[in-house]
Design a binder for this molecule. Structure first.
Ligand SMILES: NC(=O)C1=CN([C@@H]2O[C@H](COP(=O)(O)OP(=O)(O)OC[C@H]3O[C@@H](n4cnc5c(N)ncnc54)[C@H](O)[C@@H]3O)[C@@H](O)[C@H]2O)C=CC1
Ligand SMILES: O=C(O)[C@H]1O[C@H](OP(=O)(O)OP(=O)(O)OC[C@H]2O[C@@H](n3ccc(=O)[nH]c3=O)[C@H](O)[C@@H]2O)[C@H](O)[C@@H](O)[C@@H]1O
Length: 464
C-alpha cells in the first residue's frame, strides 16, 4: 500500500486551515501544503506573529506555530502544490447558489469544478483526491467525470471525507473526533485509496473510530448529520415559544428530556436561532435534492427546520420592538455578540445579522460589541443582505471595542452570542448608564437573570 508523504489542500479557510494544521502536527513525516487563491488569506496564515492567522480558534495558533515551516506550508502556488502531492484535499467553499436553477437552495459547485479541472490540468502523476468540502450526494461522480477524461493517462481515485468539526472547538474536535468518515469505491484501487487515507488518520485516531463506507453514503451522511443537529435546535426553539405562553421553563424542559439517554443532553440549548455557514446551506441542499427526486414530503419535513429558525430570529427581534412600547425608532439597542457562536470570529449566517436587519427596518440605532469580530465584517454582513444602502447601514450601526461603551445610553441590550465574558461584566455599572426601564433580551440564556432583576433590569430570555 502506498504511504503518503506529500499532501496538498486546496482552500485555506475555516476547514482547510485547522484540519491540515492538525494533520501536519500529528504527522511530522508528511509534507502538508495548504493553497488558496486569496493572497491576503495566505499572507495572514504566514504572518510571523502567529496570533494574526486569519481563523480564530482556541489552540490553533499553537498548532500552527509548532508545524509551520517544519512540514506545514501555506502558498498561493496552487499548480505546484497539486503537481507535487500524492493526495489532494478539496476544501473550498460550497455556498448556496445565488443564481439560475437551484437558486437559494442547491449548492454552488463552481469552485469544486474549477478545482477538479485544475487538478486534471496540472497532474502528471497518479493522485488520490479527497472531497473535504461538504457536497451534495453524487458530486464525486462529476469530479470523477472530469478527472477520468483528461486523456493524460494519469489515474485518480476520488474519496469523500467530510469534516465534522464545529467552530470554536475545531482543534479539540480534530484531535479527538467522535469519528472520521471515509467513503470510497468498492474496486481494488478504491479500497487501496481508502487504506492510504485511513493510514494518515491512524497516526492519532484509534482505528475503530475511522468509519469507511461507499462514497454516496459518506456524502449524504454529512448533510444528514448537520440536518439532525439543526433539527434538534429548531425543535427546542419551537418548544421555547410554547414555554413563554405556559410558564414552563425551557431550561428545565431541556434538562428533563435530555437526561433520557435515548435523547441525550447535547444540542438542546434554546437560542435566538442557529447560525454558521453550514446548517442552513446543508439543509437547503438536502431539501433541494429531495425535491429534485420528487420526494415532496421528505423535502417539506426538512425545510421546516429552516422555517422554524427564521421564525425564531424574527420573533426575537419583534419581541424587542413590542417590549419597547411598539417602537424602537431612534432608540439605542446594544448588541452583545455578533459571531454565530462563542469562541469564533466567524459571523456567517449569524442570528445577529438578521436581528439587526429587522431592527434597522424599525429605525433603531444598534451599538455592537463583539470580542473577536472586526468592525468591517459587521458592515459587510449587513451589506450582503442588500436590504438598504451602505450609508444607511453605517448610520444605523456603531461598533465598539468596549462593552460598557456599547451599552452606554441604551434602551435595551440584546445578547446574541454566548461569549463567557458577558457573565462576568459589572452589570451594576452597565445598569447605571442605561435608560430606564433598562431591558435585557438574553438570546442565549447565558446571564444570571435573577441577579439582573435584583439590580433592576427587566429581563427577557428565550423560553423562560
Ligand atoms: N466552516 C465549518 O465549520 C465547516 C465547513 N465545512 C465545509 O467545508 C467547506 C469549506 O468551508 P470553509 O472552510 O468554512 O470555507 P471558507 O470560505 O472559509 O474557505 C474556502 C477557501 O477556499 C478558497 N478557494 C475557493 N476556490 C479555490 C480554488 N479554485 N483554488 C484555491 N482556493 C480556492 C477560498 O479563497 C477560501 O479561502 C465547505 O464545503 C463547508 O460546507 C465542513 C465542516 C465544517
Ligand atoms: O458542517 C459544519 O459546518 C459544522 O456545523 C456544525 O458546527 P458549527 O456550525 O461550527 O457550530 P455548532 O456548535 O454546531 O453551532 C451551530 C449553531 O447552532 C447554535 N446552537 C448550537 C447548539 C444548541 O444547543 N443550540 C444552538 O442554538 C450555535 O449557537 C450556532 O449558532 C456542526 O456541529 C459540525 O459538526 C459541522 O461540521
Amino acid at each position: 500500500m502506498r504511504k503518503i508523504t506529500n499532501i496538498c489542500c486546496i482552500g485555506a479557510g475555516y476547514v482547510g486551515g485547522p484540519t491540515m494544521a492538525v494533520v501536519a502536527k500529528q504527522c511530522p513525516d508528511i509534507k502538508v501544503t495548504i493553497v488558496d487563491l486569496n493572497e491576503a488569506r495566505i499572507a495572514a496564515w504566514n504572518d510571523p506573529d502567529v496570533n494574526n492567522i486569519p481563523v480564530y480558534e482556541p489552540g490553533l495558533s499553537e498548532v500552527v506555530a509548532e508545524a509551520r515551516g517544519r512540514n506545514l506550508f501555506f502558498s498561493t502556488d496552487v499548480d505546484q502544490a497539486i503537481a507535487e502531492a500524492e493526495m489532494v484535499f478539496i476544501s473550498v467553499n460550497t455556498p448556496t447558489k445565488t443564481y439560475g436553477s437551484g437558486k437559494g437552495m442547491g449548492a454552488d459547485l463552481k469552485w469544486i469544478e474549477l478545482c477538479a479541472r485544475q487538478i486534471a490540468r496540472v497532474s502528471t502523476s497518479d493522485k488520490i483526491i479527497v472531497e473535504k468540502s461538504t457536497l451534495p450526494v453524487r458530486t464525486a461522480e462529476a469530479v470523477r467525470d472530469i478527472l477520468h477524461n483528461t486523456g493524460s493517462g494519469v489515474k485518480f481515485q476520488v474519496l469523500s471525507n467530510p469534516e465534522f468539526l464545529a467552530e470554536g472547538t475545531a482543534v479539540e474536535d480534530l484531535l479527538s473526533p467522535d469519528r472520521v468518515l471515509i467513503g470510497g469505491d468498492d474496486s481494488e484501487e478504491g479500497q487501496e485509496a481508502i487504506a492510504a487515507l485511513v493510514d494518515v488518520y491512524a497516526n492519532w485516531i484509534p482505528r475503530e473510530r475511522i468509519l469507511t463506507t461507499n462514497v454516496w453514503s459518506s456524502e449524504l451522511s454529512k448533510l444528514v448529520a448537520n440536518a439532525f443537529l439543526a433539527q434538534r435546535i429548531s425543535s427546542i426553539n419551537a418548544i421555547s415559544e410554547l414555554c413563554e405562553k405556559t410558564e414552563a421553563n425551557i431550561n428545565e424542559v431541556s434538562r428533563a428530556i435530555g437526561t433520557d439517554s435515548r435523547i441525550g443532553p447535547k444540542f438542546l440549548k434554546a437560542s435566538v436561532g442557529f447560525g454558521g455557514s453550514c446548517f442552513q446551506k446543508d439543509i437547503l441542499n438536502l431539501v433541494y435534492i429531495s425535491r429534485s427526486f420528487g420526494l415532496q414530503e421528505v423535502a417539506d419535513y426538512w425545510e421546516q427546520v429552516i422555517i422554524m429558525n427564521n421564525h425564531q430570529r424574527k420573533r426575537f427581534a419583534l419581541n424587542i420592538v413590542k417590549s419597547l412600547y411598539n417602537t424602537v425608532s431612534g432608540k439605542k439597542i446594544a448588541f452583545l455578540g455578533w459571531a454565530f457562536k462563542k469562541d469564533t470570529n466567524d459571523t456567517r449566517e449569524s442570528a445577529a445579522i438578521y436581528v439587526a436587519d429587522e431592527l434597522l427596518n424599525e429605525q433603531a440605532f444598534i451599538q455592537v460589541y463583539d470580542p473577536k469580530v472586526q468592525t468591517e465584517q459587521i458592515y459587510h454582513d449587513l451589506e450582503y443582505l442588500e436590504t438598504r444602502s451602505v450609508e444607511s447601514n453605517r448610520n444605523g450601526v456603531s461598533v465598539y471595542q468596549d462593552p460598557y461603551e456599547a451599552c452606554d445610553g441604551a434602551h435595551a441590550i440584546a445578547v446574541l452570542t454566548e461569549w463567557d465574558e458577558f457573565k462576568n461584566y459589572d452589570w451594576q455599572k452597565i445598569y447605571a448608564k442605561m435608560l430606564k426601564p433598562a431591558k435585557i433580551f438574553d438570546g442565549r440564556n447565558v446571564l444570571d437573570h435573577k441577579a439582573l432583576r435584583e439590580i433592576g433590569f427587566q429581563v427577557n430570555g428565550i423560553g423562560v
